[in-house]
Every structure is written in C-alpha cells, then in structure tokens.
Write a protein that binds this ligand. Sequence first.
Ligand code: ADP
Ligand code: ADP
Ligand code: ZN
Length: 218
Amino acid sequence: MKIVLMGPPGAGKGTQAKSISLRYSIPHISTGDIFRKNISNNTELGLKAKSFIENGDLVPDEITIALLLDRLNQEDCLDGFLLDGFPRSIGQAEALDKYLLERKQHLDAVLLITVPSEFIIDRMTGRRSCISCGASYHIRYNPPFTSGKCDICGCDIIQRKDDTEEVLRERLEVYQSQTRPLIDYYKSMGILKEVDGTQSINAVFENMTRILGSAYNK
Ligand code: ADP
Ligand code: ADP
Ligand code: ZN
C-alpha cells in the first residue's frame, strides 16, 4: 500500500501516521523527522536544511526530492510506504510520480486531513514532540502517560523550535501557496480522499482505515 498523508501543519498527519504505519506494516516516512535527525546530528544535509526549517520555509525541492527518493529506494519500501509531509510542492509530486511510473507503481490513496485554521494555532502551540522517534503529543488533547517522556520510546519530549506563532504563520502561508495546489493535482488523478480532522484522534484513524480498506480492495 502506497499512501500520502496531506494537510496543513497541525492537521494530525504525524499522529495518524504512527498508527497507520503499525496497522498496515508499512514504513512511516516523514521528511520533517529526517531533516530534524540530520540537524541534531550536524550532518551536511542538516546544515543545508536548518535555516529553511527555522524560518518556516520549504527546504528546496532539489535537496528534498533527492532525500526522499533515496529513502524510497531502501528495501523496506518495496511493498509500500506512508509519506507524511511529502510532497509539499507540485515539483515534488511530479518527481514522485515519475519515480513510481518508472517502476510501474502508483499511489493507492492521498489522504487529505482537513482542519479549519482556528484549530491550528491551538494544536501547534500545545504540541510536544519526541526528540528521538518524532511522536507527537499535545499538552491537553494527547498528553503522554509520563509527563515529559515519550510513550513509545521513553525519550524526552520537547517543543519544536518552529512551533512558535511567528514561524507557524509563515508555515501556513507556505502551505497555502505551495502545498494546497496539490489538492487539485491529486483530485484530478482521482485518488484524493478527504478526512475531517476535527474529530477525535481515534475517530480520524477509524475513518482513514475505512477509506484505505476500500481504496486497496478495489
Ligand atoms: P502534523 O504532523 O499534521 O503537523 P501532528 O500529528 O503533529 O500534526 O498534530 C498536531 C498537534 O495536534 C499535536 O499536538 C497532536 O497531539 C494534536 N492532535 C493531532 N490530532 C488531533 C485530534 N484529532 N484532536 C486533537 N488534537 C490532535
Ligand atoms: P508539520 O508537522 O508542520 O507538518 P514537518 O515536520 O512535516 O512539519 O516539517 C517541518 C519542516 O521541515 C517544514 O516546515 C519544512 O521546512 C521542512 N520540510 C519537511 N518536509 C518537507 C518537504 N517535503 N519539502 C520541503 N520542506 C520540507
Ligand atoms: Zn519517542
């Protein structure tokens, strides 16, 4: 199963991705998590990406596409994958299509999580993230069992540097101008499925599994 998760910052992509990846035994590929790992390990890629991420801008396509295709070439992606936060531009979507076409493969579904903007600031400023596995928590809506520690791996959870109101405003603008056009792109391919992201975390997940069940069995 090959799935793309789309939605504005704070829609719940990362939260749902962890559960979908477990349910369907497919790797969860988050370009944001890969960038952050590289930044904390001071790699060359991390150095290149850092300023874009801190300002809330997209890391240039050239860098991001190379990184993603390299990840898709790894063996665990042979039977499927779940992309969280990629593609974020038409250029990235075209590069992904080209890669799949060359392998006679295709995406099974693009799940778009919709949330009105008034939800987003509250979700993002209350978000806390695991420094190791990237799992998302929320101080009110999804707190960890043990305060400050990740339920999955036990590592520290922190507030991301780009989860401030100021950077968030830029990220939302970037979403509108560069990522939103992908909605029509995937609609015209007939694979876009919308999910109401204002429901509870569990309800959103149930909704997604229902959609994926029918997309995959058709
Ligand atoms: P994204 O990856 O799309 O930016 P996250 O999955 O990190 O979003 O979720 C953003 C914040 O909102 C996190 O703090 C998360 O715990 C919280 N959240 C996610 N889904 C829901 C939901 N359905 N209801 C309430 N809060 C949610
Ligand atoms: P969110 O949880 O808000 O969806 P991510 O963790 O997916 O955020 O991404 C964090 C930052 O990493 C983005 O604001 C952007 O700077 C960079 N980034 C992640 N994925 C991409 C991508 N596909 N193209 C360009 N930049 C990206
Ligand atoms: Zn963790």
